[in-house]
Every structure is written in C-alpha cells, then in structure tokens.
Design a binder for this molecule. Sequence first.
Ligand code: FE2
Length: 237
Amino acid sequence: MSDIVLPDDPSYGPEVQVDYPGYRSTRLRAPDRPLVTLPEELHALDGPVFGEGVLGELDDDLTRQHDGEPLGERIIVSGRLLDEDARPIPNALIEVWQANAAGRYRHEVDQHPAPLDPNFSGAGRCLTAADGAYRFVSVKPGAYPWQNHANAWRPAHIHFSVFGRVFSQRLVTQMYFPGDPLLDHDPIFHAVRDPAARALLVSRFDLDRTEEQWALAYRWDIVLGRGARGTTPLEDA
Ligand SMILES: [Fe+2]
C-alpha cells in the first residue's frame, strides 16, 4: 500500500477522486477531456423507461436463479433510494453484481484460483417501490485479490447501478460491509477522500431484518445528489 494517498490528505476534496493515484487503472479511466453533452432528446422522455414487465420474478433473488442454492452466507440487502431532501425515488431500476462467496466473478476476465459456483451468477435487479425501497437476497460476497499493487485484496462489496427515468441517467457505486478489515487497505474505497462520505458506502448490520434460521440482513440507503454532504459517493463522477 505504499502508493496509497492517506485519507486525511488535506489537498483533496471530499468528492470521489476519479484519478486517484492509489487506484492504478483510474489513470486510464478518469476523463482527461471535457465532458460530452448528450443530445437534449435523451433527457426529454416524459415516461419511465422501465416497468414491471421487464423484470423476471427471480431477478431480485440471487440465490434462486439456478437449480440449487449457492454456497455461502445468505444475506438480505435492503434500503431506500432517496434524493438529497430524503424524498423517495420510486420506479428506479437498481442493478447489482458481485463475486460469489469464494470471491470469484462469473466473468472470463476473473481467472484467480477460487471456485465458481454453478448455482450463482452474481447479478440481480429490481425496481424501487413507491417509498423508494429496494431489496435483494444473495450470499455475502468473498474478498478477492486484484492486481493493483502487491498483495492487493478488495474488501467484500456489491456493485450497484441506479438508472433514472432514462438511459442517460445512470449512477454506479459500491456497497461495503461493516467491520471489514480490508476497508483500511482499499484504494477504491479511499478514492472517496472524505471519511464521512466513505462511511456512507458501508452498510450496517440490520438485526430487525434478519430472518431467523434463514438469513442475516444489511441495510444500505442510497442518497442521490452529487457531491452534496450526506449523499452517496458515486464512481462515475
Ligand atoms: Fe468488484
């Protein structure tokens, strides 16, 4: 972790640092040209793009998408999608993707020596309800190694994407789990410079929503409002 910039470095602002030195591949990913303005008509649709009809019955349950159940610790992840004034955002498409319990993605690029699970694809989606609520059932993802620096491991996380009313409105971020010792060593987590903002990426254990003899539960609200205090940091700034 020698090249990680310490989180309390005062030269950085609170927002996500898209060209964060500790996260090597951001050198290639971070915009180095002016942003492109999308055509007005992409913003001007007056109806929701997504509806109940586009979702499958088991899209929000990653443990029931195959013949058998995936290995791992079953979890329920739920929360609300809110704007910065705490108003719920209904009918938004939330998509998630994650590694399996062994820390392996079902993706050709992921070839690290952990087993794939034939009963786990690692992708799900749902629409937010009238009160902005979403809910997924899954298994807790494992930590996995990556090539960013020597002995680099990602903390357990779930990738989240939120679509607004049109395809040009998409936000991407990651949710973490409380108490994960790898959080202190993760340059992606620390690319969010403000400790208070980073904390908003960590779910909290939710005893009230656990289901006895069946699953643990984690609660994580997503608050939109780019850069404003108390809003969820995003990767696609
Ligand atoms: Fe990941």
